[in-house]
Ligand binder design. Structure first.
Ligand SMILES: [Mg+2]
Length: 237
């Protein structure tokens, strides 16, 4: 997959750190990587956004942002309130295709979950994924509530005819509670797609060199890693 769209079951699920892990694993295989953040919200003009955080953790990646809005809101709302143009799906697709011509892997990090509105017509990241015919990776919570949110996201992807290669748990707790432990088995069932990794909690606080060295161990071979889903489900990984 040369373009991979990364969405979440909601906001604050670990999308950026997961994007960084996928980028780091690809870089470790010698692949060139670009990260496209179509709409960055909640960040001032001179502050580092999500794409910069990916580069800080993963290393040498090309960064592209299409729009930045100061308020931490859905892109459509943030654009409207800022009196600035919205980002359209065709602009996202064109930017991703341009990057894909020059990189082995382009990661497109959405804002919040799949159906967050990007413009006043209700366009979403799913529309950009369809224009690109790109697979959509879903980042999910580990614990209680994730089965429903992940099932809904999977259903929305399938209803739109989009490819859904799998789910990455964005923050796997050091002390996993009962729900999280059970979800190792139940999450892929609810998703209708395999688990493709689990990023440990606080991974983003690791020194970048440690993050890069460890990232392939958090991700399945499909994402350039060496993570073993079976061992994880059995609780030994
Ligand atoms: Mg993010």
């Amino acid at each position: 997959m040369s373009v991979l769209v990364v969405t979440g079951t909601g906001t604050e699920v670990g999308k950026t750190v997961t994007t960084a892990a996928v980028a780091a694993a690809a870089l470790s295989r010698g692949r060139s990587v670009a990260v496209l953040k179509p709409a960055q919200t909640g960040v001032g003009p001179d502050e580092p956004g999500d794409a910069a955080e990916v580069a800080r953790l993963a290393g040498d990646v090309t960064l592209r942002e299409l729009a930045r809005y100061p308020e931490p809101l859905a892109p459509d709302t943030a654009a409207r309130r800022a009196g600035r143009p919205a980002v359209r799906p065709h602009e996202i697709a064109e930017a991703a295709e341009k990057l894909a011509a020059e990189h082995d892997l382009v990661l497109v990090e959405g804002a919040g979950g799949l159906l967050v509105r990007f413009d006043e017509t209700g366009a979403t990241l799913a529309d950009a994924a369809r224009l690109l015919d790109a697979p959509v990776l879903v980042v999910a919570h580990a614990g209680l509530g994730t089965l429903n949110a992940t099932a809904l996201t999977g259903e929305a992807l399938r209803a739109r005819g989009l490819r859904f290669p799998g789910v990455v748990i964005g923050s796997w707790p050091v002390d996993a509670d009962l729900a999280s432990r059970c979800n190792r088995t139940d999450l892929p069932e609810a998703a209708g797609a395999p688990l493709l990794g689990a990023v440990p909690e606080r991974a983003g606080a690791l020194p970048p060199a440690d993050f890069r060295a460890a990232a392939p161990g958090w991700l399945a071979p499909r994402l350039d890693g060496v993570w073993d889903a079976e061992r994880f489900v059995k609780g030994t990984a």
